[in-house]
Ligand binder design. Structure first.
Ligand SMILES: [Zn+2]
Length: 170
């Protein structure tokens, strides 16, 4: 994906932000090893950017990290995208504002639990601690990566859904 494709991929860009700041390491992104490109804006660390590809099109979502809730503490939490169980501080709640021109719908947000460091790709590619029967290691990683990719695309599409309706109306 090019810088322009990534910048133009967001289904819910922040209308007050001027330009999406790409990660400094953009030129070194190992595209074949990741299922989404995730990064933070160091000047706005509560914001997270997630971009993936579906049907040869870049698809991105702007997320805002919510404060960790007390009831999640001290137990394992599962990331909604990679389905890894991790310690509570390694998974955070993020929200995505759904795009809407209607002011009443500005608070229409979708939430998800996501690896705090946006490192799902590391988790799905890691060797499982307990070996299961049946699938070989490589197949398992491939299967987990496919699941991760499919859930990422599905989440971004569900955020975008309202925009399509608004656009048709307009
Ligand atoms: Zn994850």
């Amino acid at each position: 994906m090019t810088r322009e494709e990534v910048r133009g991929a967001f289904v819910n860009p922040d209308p007050t932000a001027k330009k999406i700041r790409l990660p400094a390491w953009f030129d070194d992104v190992p595209w074949h090893q990741i299922d989404y490109l995730g990064w933070r804006d160091l000047r706005a660390p509560q914001l997270a950017y997630l971009v993936t590809e579906a049907d040869d099109q870049a698809l991105g979502v702007l997320l805002r990290q919510a404060p960790n809730r007390a009831e999640l503490e001290s137990r394992a939490v599962m990331c909604d995208l990679c389905r890894s169980s991790r310690r509570f501080n390694e998974v955070s709640r993020f929200t995505a504002r759904r795009p809407s021109r209607d002011k009443r719908e500005r608070l229409n947000v979708l939430g998800l639990l996501l690896c705090t460091d946006l490192d799902c790709a590391v988790k799905v590619s890691a060797k499982p601690i307990r070996q299961g029967f049946g699938l070989e290691d490589g197949d398992r990683v491939e299967e987990r990566r496919e699941g991760l990719r499919a859930r990422t695309v599905a989440f971004i599409r569900s955020v975008a859904d309202t925009e399509r309706i608004t656009q048709h109306r307009g």
